[in-house]
Every structure is written in structure tokens, then in C-alpha cells.
Design a protein around this ligand. Structure first.
Ligand code: ATP
Ligand code: MG
Length: 591
């Protein structure tokens, strides 16, 4: 097939759209691949749709290869199944809810665990039918709080979601690993640079959940990687390496000091060093101080009297060289909600002296104290003495105060030891492109999916849930593969392998370009032919760079000498090739 630019439904734009911040968004709009309809809602124009379909094909091929069977649910769904699992309410504002003419409640599916669990229940009843993996490539709807960066975070987007059903845990593990390998295959085929990140801490559930993050400067997610192993994790999943306990015997008594105007860690460290305080014979650093952050934690749901739980004051202790990372704190306390204590809370609790809060004062007033894992027994700290302008030096954990528990709440810093014991951590930014998750029996139990096992007893299958952001991948590839001139599609998803440009008014050159395009097409190369009659070569070249096909073939001045130019958009190479053998040369370059 030859697609002619003279007929293609395409307008490229000179300028970046005003609402675009990230390169993929700017380029996909400028190159005429997508157009915005509403916030987070986009139309796919012919070139964009071609890339989307090709990404779908790559995903579909690998899902089929692991035995996945494709089906498709509606996006418009009744309330009941989502009521059964509680997600009708839990999903909150992110769920698009609507009414039909009979006042029935409907929703636009944000994800489909409910539908898959209930269809397996209605169709299957014997262990002989298992394991089974089902998937769909379908449009999802989420009323995202911050739709962003074009199709990167849409409110309508295409996802591949698959679900495995196994009779036992070892079966689930196998289905999970099969998906993990399929995802690696997919992202490798697409030429994406990515990391597989632990999404839940190793301590909590091993590999029960991992996210595939594409490395991207403009990504919303921060993740860590080890300098010397393939360990990678979401910041929320990083488990602190716990230092060794210190002997308490022989440590000097804690001593209180007058420390005027020392509400901040910097001021406190300055005071300590001006006072000549020493730690193991060296000057005091921020890491020697202990920050006490006061938060309020609210349990979800209601108590036995049907009342919502009241927020509970909680002290969080972290070494003074680190901030509390609210995302890590929230993840550690989930499903409880957490917020910083307000001015009002400080006013209502006079024992909380702002800038001078310490673990002893909190404990003495019945406030639960959760400490960073580095606050091990025998470590000595400089911290608040619970009175204005007073701090205490040499407060020893396990002697002068004892935390009620430990918590992952401190920010992860570049250079921290890697939890797997190999190397140190570096921080990177990424975009989530896939998620694999051992769900377990939450949904199968909710729908009372009972299957007769080998011995004739009823058993509930266990489920895995696996997503790939298909439409997001189009933006992710654009994000990783572009330069200042435009897009650069890898061969696996490019709308066309070859872009033939007629760059000469000479009729013979025009004819030769037509012939070349026809021969390539005959040889199963998808060809875009820039045959626009009244467009200058300069404009055609600029468009070719913006549109980003892997190979651009220019039939122009050199044609008189039997030469055409082959421009490789992926490698940047430009070479003169013989017109006569052009098809073979181009085919070779495409392989
Ligand atoms: P995120 O943290 O980016 O919101 P998520 O955890 O909500 O993602 P899942 O529910 O696991 O995502 O969905 C599976 C995949 O669908 C994600 O890995 C991502 O690639 C894609 N995805 C999720 N939300 C969107 C969106 N709003 N627009 C485009 N793709 C999305
Ligand atoms: Mg989300």
C-alpha cells in the first residue's frame, strides 16, 4: 500500500500547542497524530491510529503466546458487580458514573476485575477448566484528577488488561511469571528503556506486585535503581537497610541544653557545632539529629458504634538529614489516611512545642511514636526537649525512649545502600507502562466463585491482574524516541517503514519516485509518498523529520546521476545510494 501525502488527512503544525509541556505531547500534536477534544480526551488521526494499532498488535501477539484468550467487555457497565466488591463507592471521584433513562446506575469501566471474575463464575465450574488467562484491549475511563501530557495520562485511554485464574498459589506464581516474561518481550520489541520495580516492599510480599517503568525525565513516578545489581523499586517499596544495634552501656547520660532559636535542623546543627558538641570525635551533622514530625492518622470505616474513627495524633521520627516522604508514609499506613498536624492541633495540645517536639514528650502524653528503622537500639540523637528553646543531646533509643513501632516514612536519598545488599541507590524518574499483580482471592471470593477441585471439594480460584497502558505507550515511545526536529519511530511501530519524498519538479524524478514507491510496496514495505505538487522540498524535509518514519528516501537533484538519498531517522546517517538497487538497500536497512 502506498499512502499519498497529497491525499492524507493530515495537517502538521509549526508551533507547539499552548497546553503542552512534555515533548511527546508537543510532537504528537504538531505532527498531526492526535487532537484534543476535552481535557484528557483525544482523537486519533490516521497516523496516530496506525501507531496505536501496531502497539496493540505487539501486545496481542505476546498475550496470545502465553495462552491468553482475547475477549471484550463493554465499557458501559451496570453498577451491581462494582457494588458487590465495594468499588462503586471506593473508586470515589475517579469513576465516571451515569444514569440511564430508567434511572438505573451505570459506570464507564476504569478496570474490569469484576467482569472477569463474574464471567468465569458463570461459565466454568470444574478444576479441569483451569488455569485460564483472559484478556482484552479496550478503552478505559477514569476521571483523573490531573489529566496530563496528552495521551500520557488520559481520562479515556486504551489498556490491555488480563486476568489469570488458577486453582492454587503455585499456579498463580506461574501465570505471573509468564506475564512478566511476556511484558519484557513486549517492551523489548517496542525498544523501550525500562526498569521492573518492586511495587510492594519485598518484606511484605516478595514479587507479588511489580511495575514496569519507562525511564523518562518527565515521568511522574520516582523510582530507585541499584548501582550494581538489577534491583529496582518504587520509592514507596524501598525497605531501609537497618544498621546494627549499638551497645547502650557506657554511653554518656542525655544532657539538656538551652538552644535559642533552633527550630530548624540547620540552626540546631549550627548551635551544636558552636557549642563544641562532638559525636565520636567529629562535628555534628544533620543525620545526628532526630526530627519529630507530628501527623494525624485516621483509620478507614467506622467503629463498633457506627462512628467514623477520630484522627489520632502520631509522632514520626526520622533522621534530621531526611524529610518525611508523604507518599512513603501514606503507603506504610494504608488504608488509614494521614495528614500533617495543623496549627490548631498544636494549639490544642500544649505539650507539642513547635520546633522542639521530642520522643519523650510524645510518649509521656500517650502519643504513638513510630520511628525510622535507622533509630535502632543504642543510637544516640540530638532532639527536641519538649520546651521552647531546649534540645537534648545523647538521647539513646532503647534507654531514654522506645518507639512504639518502626515505619518506612523517611525520604530515600541517592547513595543509600541498596536493600538487596549490592551497591547503592540512584534515583530516576519514570512512567508506569505496565503493572503485574498477584491479586489473590479478593474478587473470586467477592463473587463466591466456587470450583470443584480434584477431590470433589469446593475451592476458590486465585487471580492475577495485569495491565499495559497501550495508548500511553504511544506517548512513551515518542517521549524516549525523538529529537529537536521531531519523532523517531522504531521499526516495530512506525506507521510507515519508508517515506519517499519527491524533491524535484523534474517529471522524470517524480516518475522514478512513484516507481520506487510501487516497488517497495510490492515488496511489503508500507510507504508514505510525499507527492504534494506545490510544496517546497524544504517544507517536505521538515515534515518528514517531524513525522518520524525510520527511513526517508529523497528523490531529487542526484537522480539525474542515478542516485537517491537515504536518510536514516533512527541512526541519523545519510547516504547516497544507487536508484537501481534502492529497493534492496532499503529492505536491508529495514531489517
Ligand atoms: P498510574 O499510577 O499511572 O495512575 P495506575 O496504577 O492507576 O497508573 P493501573 O490501574 O495498574 O494503573 O493500570 C494499568 C496500566 O494502565 C498502567 O500501568 C498504565 O500504563 C495505564 N494507565 C493507567 N492510568 C492511565 C491513564 N489515565 N492514561 C493512560 N494510561 C493509563
Ligand atoms: Mg492511576
Amino acid at each position: 500500500m502506498i499512502t499519498r501525502m497529497s491525499h492524507l488527512f493530515l495537517r502538521t503544525l509549526r508551533d507547539d500547542p499552548a497546553d503542552a509541556e512534555v515533548p511527546s505531547h508537543k510532537l504528537l500534536v504538531r505532527a498531526g497524530y492526535v487532537r484534543r477534544v476535552a481535557p484528557g480526551v483525544y482523537s486519533w488521526l490516521p497516523l496516530g491510529l496506525k501507531v496505536l494499532r501496531r502497539v496493540e498488535d505487539v501486545v496481542r501477539k505476546e498475550m496470545n503466546a502465553i495462552g491468553g484468550q482475547e475477549l471484550m467487555f463493554p465499557a458501559l457497565l451496570p453498577r451491581e458487580p462494582y457494588q458487590t466488591t465495594g468499588r462503586w463507592a471506593e473508586y470515589g471521584d475517579a469513576l465516571f458514573r451515569l444514569k440511564d433513562r430508567k434511572n438505573g446506575d451505570y459506570l464507564l469501566g476504569p478496570t474490569h476485575e469484576e467482569m472477569f471474575a463474574s464471567i468465569v463464575k458463570s461459565e466454568f465450574s470444574s478444576y479441569k477448566d483451569f488455569p485460564v488467562t483472559l484478556y482484552q484491549i479496550q478503552t478505559k475511563y477514569r476521571d483523573e484528577e490531573r489529566p496530563r501530557a496528552g495521551i500520557l495520562r488520559g481520562r479515556e485511554f486504551v489498556m490491555k488488561d488480563s486476568y489469570s485464574f488458577d486453582m492454587d498459589d503455585s499456579g498463580l506464581e506461574q501465570s505471573y511469571q509468564a506475564h512478566r516474561r511476556a511484558y519484557q518481550q513486549i517492551f523489548n520489541t517496542l525498544g523501550i528503556e525500562y526498569a521492573i520495580c518492586y511495587a510492594t516492599s519485598g518484606a511484605m510480599g516478595g514479587s507479588a506486585s511489580e511495575e514496569f517503568l519507562a525511564v523518562a525525565e518527565h515521568g511522574e513516578d520516582t523510582f530507585v535503581r541499584s548501582t550494581s545489581s538489577d534491583y529496582a523499586a518504587n520509592v514507596e517499596a524501598v525497605v531501609t537497610v537497618v544498621p546494627e544495634k549499638q551497645p547502650i552501656d557506657g554511653q554518656p547520660e542525655a544532657k539538656e541544653y538551652e538552644t535559642p532559636d533552633s527550630e530548624t535542623i540547620t540552626a540546631l546543627v549550627d548551635w551544636a557545632n558552636s557549642e563544641g558538641v562532638q559525636i565520636d570525635g567529629r562535628a555534628v551533622e544533620a543525620a545526628d539529629t532526630l526530627k519529630c514530625i507530628v501527623v494525624k492518622v485516621t483509620k478507614p470505616g467506622v467503629d463498633k458504634d457506627g462512628m467514623a474513627y477520630a484522627p489520632e495524633l502520631t509522632g514520626v521520627l526520622v533522621p534530621g538529614n531526611r524529610e518525611v516522604d508523604m507518599k512513603r508514609l501514606e503507603a506504610s499506613l494504608e488504608p488509614a489516611a494521614v495528614e500533617l498536624a495543623s496549627e490548631e492541633d498544636f494549639k490544642n495540645n500544649p505539650f507539642l512545642v513547635k520546633g522542639y517536639v521530642g520522643p519523650r514528650g510524645l510518649a509521656a502524653n500517650g502519643v504513638r511514636v513510630l520511628a525510622d528503622p535507622r533509630v535502632v537500639e543504642g543510637t544516640a540523637w540530638i532532639t527536641g526537649a519538649d520546651a521552647k528553646n531546649r534540645h537534648v543531646v545523647g538521647l539513646v533509643a532503647g534507654r531514654d525512649f522506645t518507639p512504639d513501632g518502626y515505619i518506612e516514612a523517611a525520604e530515600v536519598l541517592e547513595g543509600d545502600p541498596s536493600p538487596d545488599g549490592e551497591g547503592t541507590l540512584t534515583l530516576a524518574r519514570g512512567i508506569e507502562i505496565g503493572h503485574i499483580f498477584q491479586l489473590g482471592r479478593k474478587y473470586t471470593e467477592a463473587f463466591d466463585l466456587q470450583i470443584l477441585d480434584e477431590s470433589g471439594k469446593r475451592a476458590v480460584p486465585t487471580m492475577g491482574s495485569y495491565g499495559v497502558g497501550v495508548s500511553r505507550l504511544v506517548a512513551v515511545i515518542a517521549e524516549q524516541m525523538h529529537d529537536e526536529k521531531g519523532l523517531r519511530w522504531p521499526l516495530s511501530v512506525a506507521p510507515f517503514g519508508a517515506h519517499v519524498v519527491i524533491a524535484n519538479k523534474d517529471a522524470a524524478a517524480g516518475e522514478a519516485a512513484e516507481k520506487l514507491a510501487a516497488a517497495l510496496s510490492e515488496d511489503h514495505v508500507e510507504v508514505l509518498l510525499d507527492d504534494r505538487p506545490k510544496v517546497s522540498p524544504g517544507v517536505k524535509f521538515k515534515d518528514a523529520e517531524l513525522l518520524g518514519m525510520p527511513l526517508v528516501i529523497v528523490v531529487g537533484r542526484g537522480f539525474a546521476d542515478g542516485k537517491v538519498e537515504l536518510r536514516n531517522r533512527l541512526t541519523g546517517e545519510i547516504e547516497e545510494i544507487d536508484y537501481e538497487s534502492a529497493v534492496a538497500t532499503i529492505k536491508a536497512a529495514l531489517n
